[in-house]
Design a protein around this ligand. Structure first.
Ligand code: GLN
Length: 543
């Protein structure tokens, strides 16, 4: 049976628990263990799908079509293990399940309560689908002391008792702040946080202490003494130069060793960390650099484009170059900002996914600039749709080309998807359908034209990529768009939904309806990102 590692956070939010969980999982995996990471989110939304990226950051989509927390992206990027629907649960979903059951009368007259009904549901989630695993890491969102996370804390406390002795441990991530005026690191917040945790019946086995300065041995001992853990189990976690340096850094601080020790595992092989060494070698010793302009909407918050940010850097790792990303607000071009001055220094232009009309004319103008100036262009999801509208307007003479997403239009080059085939059968939608969980979501296959640019990049004609969109390019416009040079080189297997467009007469111009950034990994960069950055490197030699 799988062993469980419950990860909680204390003192403040944003301590990087997700990254910590991902790094620990990567270390255990490097020792030959089979791992999976799960995230419990205490908020009441059923999933983050309808939340603004400014509230929650990116929505990460899994192969099986779940809209999940962006931490699942870290988990996949660090372990290569494809996340599933069953790896992320919110309190909203837990309650939704329970209330539906209650309405059906399944509780047979019982009073439905947080304990045991909510906690049982959380425990069932933690235990489901864990066959063939050595370790399940469960990260609890939020900070100890939050009212919202109490049912989750109670559930993991119970689970620790339910499981056999030695089957589960608690790792608590805290902050040890540096007070400049005193010139000291302060352990009191950690002590308070652990006291809060123990008052809930949870005694941590390991403390991971985020700090900006090295933790003196005396402070380590003090934390150990007051928090009732061994000094070796107080692991300092200094800020790292790169997220991909974290697994090696935590290993050097003894984290994986301590975890194994807490489980009483003494015969584990040493971790093979060459994969991480290679990534850091590529990152620290680049042979050049390129600048990519990302023309989007949510540029004020990096988390809104988390996977995209990582995938562009993976493209840099593949080419041994540093990738500088310039986040550009498309709307500013509509308000008079000088587009040419902004985009001219770019070695590649990327228009990412997005929703709504705001900034769209700025995006379309950016596509035009890239097309006319022969600058490598990558359009993702909404970015592909904008590339098609730009092509329709400026190379196919369809002056009023638009998308029904932005309002009524006489030329719906992009329109609402009303029917498509999924692995669960025919899906149907109308403009009145609920917004939550109803997009074309998850992995779908596509067929690429044999001699296309993208078939060369993938080195394949059958691919599978993850989707998250409600609108699609209207295949009825294929002929005029292709006459204008924009070729439909990837289609859904039944030939109805355009998946990829490209301009073979351009140095690099590709638009994709899916989100390739979700599958890119530092040790396995996505071929489209590797190729796009390669094209940007060539461009950088021209300008
Ligand atoms: N808004 C567009 C759609 O729903 C694109 C979505 C996206 O970029 N993820 O089709």
């Amino acid at each position: 049976m799988a062993r469980y590692i419950f990860i909680t956070g204390g003192v403040v939010s944003s301590l990087g628990k997700g990254l910590m969980a991902a790094s620990l999982a990567a270390l255990l995996q490097a020792r030959g263990f089979r791992v999976r990471i799960r995230k419990f989110d205490p908020y009441l939304n059923v999933d983050p799908g309808t939340m603004s990226p400014y509230q929650h950051g990116e929505v990460y989509v899994t192969d099986d079509g779940a809209e999940t927390d962006l931490d699942l992206g870290h988990y996949e990027r660090f372990t290569g293990v494809s996340a599933r629907q069953s790896d992320n649960v919110t309190q909203g979903r837990v309650y939704q399940t329970i209330i539906q059951r209650e309405r059906r009368g399944d509780y047979l007259g019982a009073t439905v309560q947080v304990i045991p009904h909510v906690t049982d549901e959380i425990k069932a989630f933690a235990l489901a689908d864990t066959e063939d695993l050595d370790f399940v890491l469960c990260e609890i969102g939020g900070t100890v002391g939050d009212i919202e996370s109490l049912p989750f804390m109670e559930a993991i406390r119970q689970l620790h008792n339910d499981l056999d002795r030695g089957q589960s441990i608690f790792v608590h991530v805290t902050l040890v702040p540096y007070i400049a005026a005193a010139g000291e690191l302060k352990t009191k917040p950690t002590q308070h946080s652990v006291r809060e945790l123990t008052s809930l019946g949870i005694q941590p086995d390991i403390l991971l202490c985020r700090c900006e300065k090295p933790l003196p041995e005396s402070e380590r001992r003090k934390i150990a003494l007051f928090c009732n853990v061994r000094p070796e189990a107080v692991i300092p976690a200094l800020d790292a130069s790169s997220i991909y340096a974290v697994p090696q850094q935590y290993h050097d601080e003894g984290l994986d060793q301590e975890v194994l020790r807490a489980f009483g595992i003494t015969d584990a092989p040493a971790p093979e960390l060459e994969r991480w060494d290679d990534i850091m070698d590529r990152q620290l010793n680049p042979e050049g650099e390129v600048t990519i302009g990302v023309v989007g909407k949510y540029v004020g918050l990096l988390d809104a484009y988390k996977s995209l940010h990582e995938a562009l850097h993976h493209g840099g790792l593949a080419n041994r170059v540093k990738v500088n990303i310039k986040w550009i607000d498309a709307e500013l071009f509509e308000k008079g900002d000088d587009l040419v001055a902004s985009l001219e220094p770019m070695h590649g232009i990327l228009v990412p996914g997005g929703f709504g009309v705001r900034g769209s004319e700025g995006k379309i103008a950016s596509v035009r600039f890239a097309r006319e100036r022969n600058v490598p262009f990558f359009g993702i999801c909404l970015g592909m749709q904008m590339a098609c509208i730009e092509g329709a307007r400026n190379t196919a003479g369809i002056e009023h080309a638009s998308t029904t997403e932005f309002g009524e239009t006489s030329e719906p080059v992009v329109g609402l998807i009303t029917e498509w085939m999924s692995s669960e059968g025919l899906q149907k939608r109308t403009a009145e359908t609920d917004l939550g969980g109803t997009m074309r979501l998850g992995a779908y296959p596509a067929k690429l034209t044999g001699n296309s640019v993208v078939a060369g990049i993938y080195n394949a004609t059958d691919i599978s990529e993850r989707h998250r969109h409600r609108y699609e390019v209207n295949a009825g416009y294929r002929e005029p768009l292709e006459k204008g040079g924009l070729i439909f080189s990837g289609m859904s297997p039944d030939g109805t939904l355009p998946e990829i467009v490209e301009r073979p007469d351009h140095p690099w111009f590709v638009g994709v309806q899916f989100h390739p950034e979700l599958k890119s990994k530092p040790f396995d960069p996505h071929p489209l990102f590797a190729s796009f950055i390669e094209a940007a490197v060539k461009q950088s030699r021209l300008v």
